[in-house]
Design a protein around this ligand. Sequence first.
Ligand SMILES: C[S@@+](CC[C@H](N)C(=O)[O-])C[C@H]1O[C@@H](n2cnc3c(N)ncnc32)[C@H](O)[C@@H]1O
Length: 477
Amino acid sequence: MDYLPIFLDVAGKKIVVDGGTTVAARRIERALSAGAKVHSFDPEPGEEVRAFFGHERLTHHDRLPKETDFEDCHVAYGASEVAQRDDALYRWAKAHGALANVADEKEYCDFITPSVVERDPLTIAISTGGAAPVVARILRARVEAMLPAAYGRLADFLSGYRDRIAEKIKGGTARRRFWENMIEGPVGDAFLAGDEALADELIRNDLAQGGAEKLHRGEVWLVGAGPGDPDLLTFKALRMMQHADVVLYDRLIGPGMLDLVRRDAERINVGKQAGNHVMTQEETTALIIKLASEGKRVLRLKGGDPFIFGRGGEELEDVAAHGIPVIVVPGITAAAGCGASAGIPLTHRAHAQAVTFVTAHGKDGLLPHDWKRLARHDQTVVVYMGLRFVGEIAAAAMAQGVEPSMPIAVIDNGTRTTQRVVVGTLEDIGEKVAKARLKGPALIVIGSVVTMRDTLGIDVTAREEAHTMELVARDGL
Ligand SMILES: C[S@@+](CC[C@H](N)C(=O)[O-])C[C@H]1O[C@@H](n2cnc3c(N)ncnc32)[C@H](O)[C@@H]1O
């Protein structure tokens, strides 16, 4: 972050705007809406600036500014698009201790102006640190579209209960939860649906019933994070990540994902890597139970879907046995994510009428699958956790009578920017994968759907090739 985001209190304070342009008009508008006393300067202001004439807190001067105009000035905006005026404005603003901002002149800016969404009293400011203001503007448009205008009124309405809530509910965490439950629960729903009386009644009831007691109860949320690309998170997963007190995650949680967790939430890495256990399954479950028993909202973030080779069921059995409430949020499993991002449909009327998900190994090592039954021409088999055994799996399948020419693909780091796909047949895949030195996590897809990758024309190869070239340059693969 290159800039410190702050909101300045300028109510009743002097702000100077130099210029008669559209940009000047926007600066005047924002300064007036924040309650400032605005002094604008321009001998021939444009229509948009003139539109503010008559505002009780605007004084327009039909001339250029001079140094004395900057006395007691808090913020000075340059929007004249005249270099000499910009230069003078910056010098005089600095001489009088004002913050300066000259449009499109970075060296004359003490601060940058963000893109703003206003739902008074709610203000959302978006900035790219000056790197790409258009991105901020596009995001602003999205937020505008997403945020019902009533959110501002909701904030106003709830502010009337602040003191009563603070008095009734002690403790920062409990109070934060009370607010969250109100905004995202029946109170917020009632208000946004236009029933202010019902919203008021619900808050009063909650406060009268000592809602705080309920708030001290812990919960466990088992949430699927998808295969790695943060854009593949569900809305529900994201919402819960924003509300958890503590997040337990493992190595399948891709980079960028944890940035979406509430800033103040505790993050615990319980990640397991074959042969390198940070925490055993039993230790993880015991920790989840301990944290929930302390009244925390514990989010267990799992790669893919928690109930597909995620041991989610095992973790929950013990949690439920302790009477702790649980919520499960599904995620996109690796097979679905990797199939899509590698251009391999898992079913296709000409290739596969069934798809089976198997894990390569269980508690006691490599599983003795019946490959002749699984790897057939009319169906697809997706193998999780098989990267280290791909040669053995191919050899076992061929030994059981599956044709050596059966297509097979290994998708490494599927859906991520580092995705790589190795395609071959049972006969040559072991060698190809060894040569590619894939790092995992990786998924194996066996079946003729793999050949669709060449015909679908999904634009995946450019990204993979770019990443492979990077590796060749770095490691000489
Ligand atoms: C313990 S399982 C967890 C599966 C997860 N619950 C799911 O639904 O995707 C871990 C295996 O999932 C597969 N996997 C997970 N994320 C992957 C990714 N981004 N690319 C390829 N394979 C992935 C790999 O086979 C990995 O060994």
